[in-house]
Design a protein. Structure first.
Length: 506
């Protein structure tokens, strides 16, 4: 009787032949005859010869990794093999095969391939093109595609900031934001303008007007915000670079939730001109990518490299920060840093740090958008409207005290961290379900903001890297959790090198 190991061996022979475009081996592994079936979104092929002819004409299958293989035995000589795939272009796919044991070997009798959907998703994109704006003919980013967060000016288009009413009143931009222009000058093309949480005042990624962008890594979970559109565009393979902003974690959180690289740049290192602000003391530019190489090239194309500095691999951890992570995330973080040489560091009262950050951020958010909000009652969804309502209550005396506390906190944190790299979870939890109740979402938000506020208070660069995973009941795959590296100011590029040394390949 055929056994499990023999079938698994045949599956991996098929996979190697597919990735190597070994047509002869593929022909041998597919059952002979007129009943063999292969299907995908484009249609169904019936018969061994038709399938063979198709393979010869397509020039090889798209490169991908296999994340999980599940075998369901139907009978002694038949089994279903289901594989979860990760195309190198992003997203998740699945292939299902019916294998039969014939004449002493396993062969595929039927196969179905499902790839990430290429259709435009309006919860991800506000507007798209082919491309929307072309980059220069040749450059280091030629062939790369960009999802621009709907806060940046792109010449010829209005800015919507995640709010239909704001979009309706916006004038057409007469020039392009420097952060966008830098990518275009390096050869990247803009695929489209992507969605954001309203005025970027959220880290969940749920927009009440345009919908919640999909999380490509965790089915049915929120994508993370406020750079939700760019993050989902990159994670689903619809763009290779997401241009976002980060005030309180708006790049690091979606990167963590969807298994991406996400860099918050040193405050002031990239021009914020022609960009809708939230809280200028903390607002900064950043990128989301699927790998380190693209991140490095995007950063090098935008940052003033003459200001960048080296960073040593000297790591510190703050137990008081990690205490705000959910138990499963904390366990994954502890297991990861256990293999590194680290020192503990005391950052003081974390709740006090968060209160300082929240006070100054809220005061600036209301100063930036309060007049518009008062003139447009009902334009915002409940969650963000509630945050602005709180922001409107910050008195001048409270703001002044907050700014004094901010100066003291920055001095204390710089002294504690020095030139070392702080390691911490990028978010307090894995991505919550889109159906999670408001209480869970808010608890998760409060925990995460206590982790993310340190980079904001110091103006330091922070890089989220997908190095951890947490098992989710009912799922075959671990939910991603980012490891965050907070380094010295202007150590942005060096942080990428340090992070690569922590990855399995490094």
């Amino acid at each position: 009787m055929p056994d499990h190991d023999q079938l698994l061996l045949a599956f991996w022979q098929y996979e190697r032949a597919l990735m190597g475009n070994d047509l002869r081996a593929l022909d041998q592994l597919f059952a002979r005859g007129a009943d063999t079936i292969r299907g995908d979104a484009a249609g169904i092929l019936i018969g061994h010869d038709a399938i063979s002819e198709f393979r010869q004409g397509r020039g090889g299958a798209p490169a991908r990794n296999i994340l999980h293989v599940e075998i369901v035995h139907i009978s002694d000589d038949a089994a279903l093999v289901i594989a979860i795939t990760a195309p190198l272009t992003g997203g998740r796919g699945q292939q299902t095969q019916l294998w039969r044991f014939e004449e002493g070997s396993w062969v595929v009798a039927a196969a179905h391939v499902a790839l990430p959907a290429p259709a435009v998703n309006r919860s991800i994109w506000r507007t798209v093109g082919t491309p929307l704006v072309a980059g220069i003919a040749a450059g280091v980013l030629s062939g790369e595609t960009v999802a621009v967060k709907d806060l940046y000016d792109v010449e010829g288009f209005p800015v919507g900031a995640g709010i239909p009413t704001y979009l309706a009143e916006s004038e057409i931009a007469t020039a392009t934001s420097p952060a966008v222009a830098a990518l275009l000058a390096a050869g990247a093309s803009i695929t489209g303008i992507s969605q954001t949480d309203e005025f970027a005042y959220s880290i969940a990624g749920r927009n009440p007007h345009y919908g919640t962008p999909p999380n490509a890594a965790v089915l049915g979970a929120v994508p993370g915000g406020s750079s939700s559109g760019p993050a989902s565009a990159v994670a689903t393979g619809q763009a290779s670079i997401g241009l976002g902003t980060d005030t309180a974690g708006s790049i690091r959180v979606p990167a963590s939730y969807q298994g991406l690289w996400g860099l918050r740049t040193t405050h002031g290192s990239v021009s914020m001109d022609r960009l809708v602000a939230l809280a200028p003391t903390f607002d900064t530019v950043g990128w989301l990518t699927r790998n380190a190489a693209t991140m490095r090239t995007a950063a090098e194309s935008t940052l003033d490299t003459t200001l960048q500095r080296a960073v040593e691999q000297r790591f510190v951890v703050a137990p008081a920060l990690a205490a705000y992570a959910e138990p499963a995330v904390a366990a994954a973080f502890d297991a990861l840093v256990a293999g590194l040489s680290t020192e503990d560091v005391d950052l003081g009262d974390i709740d006090e740090l968060f209160l300082t950050f929240r006070t100054v951020q809220a005061a600036e958010a209301w100063r930036t958008h309060g007049a518009w909000i008062e003139a447009h009652p009902g334009a915002l969804g409940e969650d963000v409207a509630g945050r602005f309502a709180f922001a409107s209550t910050i008195t001048p005396e409270q703001e002044s005290a907050g700014r004094k506390a901010l100066g003291a906190a920055r001095t204390r944190l710089e002294a504690a961290l020095g030139d070392r790299v702080l390691l911490l979870p990028s978010a307090s939890s894995v991505a919550p379900s889109v159906n999670a109740d408001a209480e869970l979402i808010e608890r998760t938000r409060q925990g995460t903001l206590r982790l993310t506020c340190v980079a904001g208070l110091t103006g330091r660069p922070a890089l989220s890297v997908p190095l951890m995973g947490v098992h989710q009941p009912g799922s075959l795959l671990d939910a991603p959790v980012g490891l965050c590296l907070v380094g010295p100011r202007f150590g942005d590029l060096a942080l990428i090198d340090v992070a690569e040394g922590l990855t399995p390949s490094g």
